[in-house]
Design a protein around this ligand. Sequence first.
Ligand SMILES: CC(C)(COP(=O)(O)OP(=O)(O)OC[C@H]1O[C@@H](n2cnc3c(N)ncnc32)[C@H](O)[C@@H]1OP(=O)(O)O)[C@@H](O)C(=O)NCCC(=O)NCCS
Length: 172
Amino acid sequence: MTVRRLLPADAEAYRALMLEGYTRHPDAFTSTAAEREALPLSWWQKRLDASPTADQVVFGAFEGDALVGAAGLQFQAREKARHKADLFGMYVAPSARGGGHGQKLVDVLLDEAAAREGVRIVQLTVTEGNAAAQTLYERCGFKPFGVEPYAVALGDAYLSKVHMWCAVAALD
Ligand SMILES: CC(C)(COP(=O)(O)OP(=O)(O)OC[C@H]1O[C@@H](n2cnc3c(N)ncnc32)[C@H](O)[C@@H]1OP(=O)(O)O)[C@@H](O)C(=O)NCCC(=O)NCCS
């Protein structure tokens, strides 16, 4: 298993992996496969901007040359929120699950956040009841701090989102 930052050249593989994720797990992601499928490849390439000051970074987990997992960090731009980053788009393909890819991706993103000037906190949301994901995040150091009811509408149902946070640098 290797984990590395994804670059614009990885955009097609990243797009295919995430569209699979949105399709298989509509309860886990706020974006729909249809919304994301409609976006041009340039949108995915921009998300993988390789610059050291990019406002988003995405890491991928590979088995050989095959991209089997991914997760990203969104750094906040506004001066009063620059101490926070958001973890997004965590997905590991079913055939690769249970092998530690998810944990490695979270660990690498926490290191990346800690290395970014001024970032002290990483936040994320996870659908209430997604035990595999919430357990993974807790094992990596995240703590829940609230539940947002009616956070996502899925067909006729509403799903709640658990908000979690993890400090990556001293807070005082
Ligand atoms: C959540 C996800 C990323 C985990 O990826 P992964 O590569 O399997 O993660 P890891 O192998 O590092 O760890 C998985 C752990 O979850 C545990 N787990 C799996 N299913 C579980 C469940 N239903 N309840 C509790 N724990 C569970 C495994 O036992 C494993 O822990 P262990 O190492 O102690 O055995 C993957 O399941 C996934 O992509 N799910 C669908 C999309 C999703 O939910 N994304 C999260 C959006 S917030």
